[in-house]
Design a protein around this ligand. Structure first.
Ligand SMILES: Nc1ncnc2c1ncn2[C@@H]1O[C@H](COP(=O)(O)OP(=O)(O)OP(=O)(O)O)[C@@H](O)[C@H]1O
Ligand SMILES: [Mg+2]
Length: 322
């Protein structure tokens, strides 16, 4: 039987800004993940994907704050642990590849010394064994000359190689959960595909759980087991990946699927969802998506839809199914 690795209930994240305004960036997110599953989180810019991931790491930046909910990693609610306890979990049991690789690799240290830091911090290997471990993990992420790459500075590497180093750094302590936040957006398309293949391969080889964050639903199609579609801080739809692709329910998901190039290729040109993502200041009343929705009904502008479960494993937040 599959064991649960992570379960997140009713997560809320708010930013209290200098003018006293409280922006709710994440509003009641819930999901769970088994030990070897991959969860995709998709949605347009600003919908709360990164904040959700940072909440799992307990790294939501100020003035942001987790205001409600729980995040269970195995039997521990991470939100109740001390900062000291979190430091033993971060990088060791849960690792994250951040959205911008250049901010997480320090330009003044070689790759070797940055990976070594994680190993030493978590007491994974003796100093004398660290170099062998570093070179073997660099080899595992497909770096052709691990010794030379280890002694390079980040700026001496190509974007794809840097991303591989980031993955190596995240995996060197053999975590049980890897969170990859837009791991390929900075890369060109062919390199993107190779990095995604690599992540997918490593996830199954190491039997770890993975959360893959992207604005591109096409990317999760090949890799994820289940998918959350987020909009304006909320879950709009949550289903196993095949179910979501074969029977999308939310009009927003349907729109996102139409923006995938392979599917859209049969049409004249790429679909872009009309209208703008609302800022947190002006989330529309009722369903937050209703001003852009092509199936909107009068009640959608006043009634906020609850998450309903029309299929056993399929949740959707839309009045069409309420
Ligand atoms: N430092 C901050 N101060 C105030 N509000 C913030 C801050 N960081 C994020 N937010 C708010 O949180 C919301 C969610 O941000 P988040 O970074 O999670 O979005 P995202 O889905 O990861 O977007 P992207 O696809 O662009 O990475 C944003 O729309 C923004 O309003
Ligand atoms: Mg983000």
């Amino acid at each position: 039987m599959a064991h649960q690795l992570l379960s997140c209930y009713d997560l809320h994240i708010s930013f209290t800004l200098s003018d006293g305004q409280v922006d709710e960036a994440v509003r009641g997110i819930a999901f769970s993940l088994d030990e070897t599953e991959t969860l995709g989180i998709v949605g347009e810019s600003g919908c709360g994907k990164t904040m959700t991931a940072l909440a799992v790491m307990r790294l939501v930046p100020l003035p942001g704050k987790i205001t409600a909910g729980s995040v269970f990693f195995k039997e521990n609610n991470l939100l109740t642990l001390s900062e000291q306890q979190m430091r033993t979990i971060r990088g060791r049991h849960i690792s994250m590849i951040f959205q911008d690789p250049m901010t997480s690799l320090n330009p003044v240290y070689t790759c070797r010394s940055q990976i070594k830091e994680a190993i030493v911090h978590h007491g994974i290997a003796r100093t004398s064994d660290a170099d062998a471990l570093i070179e073997s993990i660099l080899h595992e992420v497909g770096i052709p000359d691990p010794k030379r790459t280890a002694d390079s500075y980040p700026h001496q590497l190509s974007g794809g190689m840097r991303q591989r180093v980031m993955i190596a750094m995240a995996l060197v302590c053999n975590p049980r959960l890897l969170i990859a936040d837009e791991p390929t957006t900075a890369l060109d398309v062919t390199v993107q595909a190779r990095i995604l293949d690599l992540l997918h391969g490593l996830q199954s080889k190491k039997s770890m759980g993975m959360i893959l964050i992207t604005h591109n639903l096409g990317i999760v199609g090949d890799i994820a087991d289940k998918v959350i579609v987020m909009y304006a801080g909320e879950v709009m739809e949550y289903a196993p990946v095949r179910e979501l692709f074969d029977r999308p329910m939310h009009p927003y998901t349907v729109n996102l699927l139409e923006t995938i190039p392979a599917i859209a290729a049969r049409k004249e040109r790429l679909t872009v969802i009309p209208g703008e993502v609302p800022t947190l200041r002006n989330i529309p009343p009722g369903c937050p998506f209703h001003p852009r929705c092509n199936r909107s009904m009068p009640r959608c502008s006043t009634e906020h839809p609850a998450l309903s479960t029309p299929g056993t494993n399929h949740q959707v937040r839309c009045l069409l199914y309420a």
